[in-house]
Design a protein around this ligand. Structure first.
Ligand code: ADP
Ligand code: MG
Length: 402
């Protein structure tokens, strides 16, 4: 069983039809209210173009932007997105300043062939986040089939991401969603081995389900970031002023005893009196963390060790930076792992980066295009690594032919 995608649609299901597409246009706006990063808009273009190539009459787009709390708020209007979409797409764009209305319905029915109809922010409606069936039914009336291309919202069961798929068929994945499912799903279901996961970031608490789900699946689990410090504490080591989650120390002890050799923690770490005191950063063995300093990165020996494990892997999944990469020199460990991911990719490994900050770090280092896949969904990719079924994916049609 696999999720059905727009590639699996028969011509008769697309030709002359209105495609209702849930995209992720949750983009940042600058002070003047213009789109300051259009990555997500550009990422939706292949699906839109593919639908027109298959003969769709109009493409109707739904998205949320920000958190307008179930009522219209001009600060979160999709009008700036429409302006940017006009510049980026070769297709004419009609923006309708409402989401479900006579105007919206009329636009989907009367727009000239080959037009994109962008509707207003779905979160202007109180039924969206409540997944109100009445709203889902109304949304379903705006298209002849449904496409979900918003992976980053697929872990939320909202009317435009989940509910609508119960009222409109075919209900299939777009190309962006398809590639997320192919890479993340492939790694979780049948990874080429060795399969290595690298976890980092601030807190163990947000990622404990990921650790527990990944441990039986991987050959090696490398742990960096502040998360490693809770494990150090569990091992009885001094951790100074490092970010340690006291209430997770017992859990870390249990993971340590269950994981055996699979779990690899840094042997050396970069410490400093404070995050803003990079000039006084120095490297120590993990058993020699000074009482009055804190860990802000993995050490260079650990970075080299992690890199060699990554480079000998056939599948690598990375979530969470190795240190406080926003404050050099504490970016060195994250850079080393990023570069090892690139070399592993060149060696033929499948390499996947998930997580908002890790994806941002890869983008900043200019490495995002040199790995197999950088997930567009922070929260959604984490839930995927936890082994959860994403409601927005589960609601789509399944195929048995793949
Ligand atoms: P992601 O978004 O990739 O899932 P997280 O949100 O879990 O990653 O964690 C990212 C944050 O973790 C970054 O802001 C980084 O500064 C912080 N971090 C990493 N290592 C440490 C550390 N040793 N001490 C404090 N914060 C850390
Ligand atoms: Mg984050």
């Amino acid at each position: 069983m696999a999720t059905r995608t727009i590639r699996d649609l028969a011509d008769s299901e697309v030709r002359g039809k209105r495609a209702l597409v849930r995209v992720d246009f949750n983009v940042p706006l600058d002070v003047e209210g213009n789109v300051s990063d259009d990555t997500r808009i550009r990422a939706s273009l292949p699906t839109i173009d593919a639908l027109f190539e298959r003969g769709a009459r109009v493409v109707v787009l739904l998205s949320h932007l920000g958190r307008p709390k179930g009522k219209p708020d001009p600060a979160y209007s999709l009008a700036p997105v429409a302006r940017r979409l006009v510049e980026l797409s070769t297709h004419p764009v009609i923006f309708v300043p409402s989401t479900v209305s006579d105007d919206a319905l009329t636009a989907t029915r009367t727009a000239p062939e080959g037009t994109i109809v962008l509707l207003e922010n779905t979160r202007f409606l109180p039924g969206e986040e409540k997944n109100d069936p009445a709203l889902s039914t109304e949304l379903a009336g705006l298209g002849d089939f449904y496409v979900n291309d918003a992976f980053g919202s697929a872990h939320r069961a909202h009317a435009s991401t989940e509910g609508v798929a119960h009222h409109l068929h075919p209900a299939v994945a777009g190309l962006l969603m398809e590639s997320e499912l192919r890479y993340l799903g492939g790694a979780m279901r049948n990874p080429e081995r060795p399969f290595v996961a690298i976890l980092g970031g601030a807190k163990i608490s947000g990622k404990i389900d990921v650790i527990e789900n990944l441990l039986p699946l991987v050959d090696r689990l490398l742990i960096g970031g502040a998360m490693a410090c809770t494990f150090f504490r569990a091992m009885g080591l001094e951790t100074g002023g490092s970010l340690v989650e006291e209430d997770r120390v017992d859990l870390a002890k249990r993971v340590l005893s269950d994981a055996g050799e699979k779990l690899v923690l840094p042997g050396d770490v970069v410490v400093a009196p404070s995050m803003n005191d990079g000039g006084r950063a120095h490297t120590v063995g993990r058993a020699a963390i000074p009482k009055d300093e804190a860990v802000f990165d993995i050490g260079s020996e650990s970075a080299a060790h992690f890199s060699s494990v990554i480079e000998s892997a056939k599948t690598v999944v990375w979530n969470g930076p190795m240190g406080v990469f926003e404050h050099p020199p504490f970016d060195a460990g994250t850079r080393a792992v990023g570069n090892a991911m690139v070399r592993a990719t060149a060696n033929g490994a499948t390499t996947i980066v998930g997580g908002g900050d890790s994806a941002a770090a890869m983008e900043e280092m200019g490495l995002a295009r040199s790995v197999s896949h950088v997930s567009t969904g922070g929260g959604a990719s984490l839930e995927f690594l936890e082994g959860k079924t994403l409601p927005g994916v589960a609601a789509l049609d399944q195929t048995t032919t793949k």
